[in-house]
Structures are given as structure tokens and as C-alpha cells.
Design a protein around this ligand. Structure first.
Ligand code: HEC
Length: 151
């Protein structure tokens, strides 16, 4: 039993104020395992329809600025980031969650914003300092929407 918990500790990072030195704190205590955040930030499942709206809306995530999804109704869809058609079949829910929460953790030089960081942010206006770009609930809705793609 002891052995098992030591192993769990080795692969689990509780990331609260992690990277504080460079100001890269996350908005809340989040458990990162490998390249994923396995559990919902809100403790609840997100809503697919709301996630789709977040993905498109300027006031929401506005993910279409850089990503496209085949068949999605949107005025504009960008190609700076990878095409996310069928992404739910390529990545687990937890992998998608970490990519939205803190893309810079995976790709340090990425242009994709880290949506659940409160510090060390690039390309974020002053009005967002000290608060994450998206709420936990918005992120869970996006996770639900993207996970439904290709499944
Ligand atoms: C400014 C451009 C930009 C915006 C805005 C953006 N992304 Fe990204 N995204 C990227 C890039 C670029 C990558 C690939 C990582 C890299 O190489 O830098 C990526 C990667 C991803 C991936 C991983 C895809 C894969 O196949 O590995 C997911 C999932 C993702 N983005 C979701 C989102 C969501 C959800 C939003 C909106 C909340 C969003 N992105 C907003 C640029 C962006």
C-alpha cells in the first residue's frame, strides 16, 4: 500500500501557485497527471451545447480565431492552430482539459493562451490580470464539447 502511494505521488503534481516564481499560477488547485488533468474543475460534467457556443463566441473562448472544426456553423474559423475535427477521438478528456487550462505547460512557446492561469500570461489585456481568461465552468463546457467530437 505504501509503495503504491509513493508511486502515485511521483506522477501527480498538485499545481497550486505552481511556477509562482515566474508568475505562472493557476486559478485554483488542480491535479495534473502526466499531460492531463483527469478530474473536472467544477466537479461536474460540462454541457456540450454551451461548450460549442463558447468555442465560437468572441466573449467566450473565441477558439475559432485559431481552430476549425468541420461542420461547425461559424462566420470565421482560423488555421493558426491544429484542425480540431474529431479531437475527442485523439485526446482524452483530461488531455483536452490541460491543453485549455495551460497550453504553455505543454508547448512553452505556443501562441495558444493558457486560459486558467492568473499569472505569467501572454497576450492578455490588463483587465484580465489576476483572473483566469475563462471560468472553470466555461472550461468544462469546452471540454465536454471537444470530447464529443469524433465520438
Ligand atoms: C491564438 C491562437 C489560439 C487560440 C485562440 C486557441 N488555440 Fe488551441 N492551439 C493553438 C495552437 C498553435 C495549438 C498547437 C500547439 C502548438 O504547437 O503551439 C493549439 C492546440 C490546441 C489543442 C490540442 C490539439 C491537438 O490536436 O493536440 C486543443 C485541444 C486546443 N488547442 C483547444 C483550444 C480551445 C478550446 C481554445 C479556446 C478556448 C483554443 N484552443 C484557443 C492556438 C490557439
Amino acid at each position: 500500500m505504501r509503495r503504491q502511494s509513493a508511486l502515485a505521488a511521483a506522477v501527480t503534481i498538485f499545481c497550486s501557485g505552481c511556477g509562482q516564481a515566474d508568475g505562472a499560477a493557476l486559478a485554483a488547485r488542480v491535479e495534473i497527471r502526466g499531460d492531463a488533468i483527469p478530474t473536472s474543475l467544477t466537479g461536474e460534467a460540462g454541457r456540450v451545447a454551451d461548450g460549442q457556443a463558447e468555442f465560437v463566441s468572441r466573449e467566450g473562448g473565441h477558439c475559432v480565431l485559431c481552430h476549425r472544426i468541420e461542420g461547425l456553423q461559424a462566420e470565421f474559423q482560423g488555421n493558426v492552430g491544429p484542425d480540431l475535427t474529431g479531437v475527442g477521438a485523439r485526446l482524452t478528456e483530461g488531455q483536452i482539459r490541460l491543453r485549455i487550462v495551460d497550453a504553455q505547460r505543454i508547448w512553452p512557446d505556443t501562441v495558444m493562451p493558457s486560459y486558467y492561469r492568473t499569472g505569467g500570461l501572454r497576450q492578455v489585456g490588463r483587465e484580465y490580470e489576476g483572473q483566469p481568461a475563462l471560468t472553470a465552468r466555461q472550461i468544462e463546457d469546452l471540454v465536454a464539447y471537444l470530447s464529443s467530437q469524433g465520438n
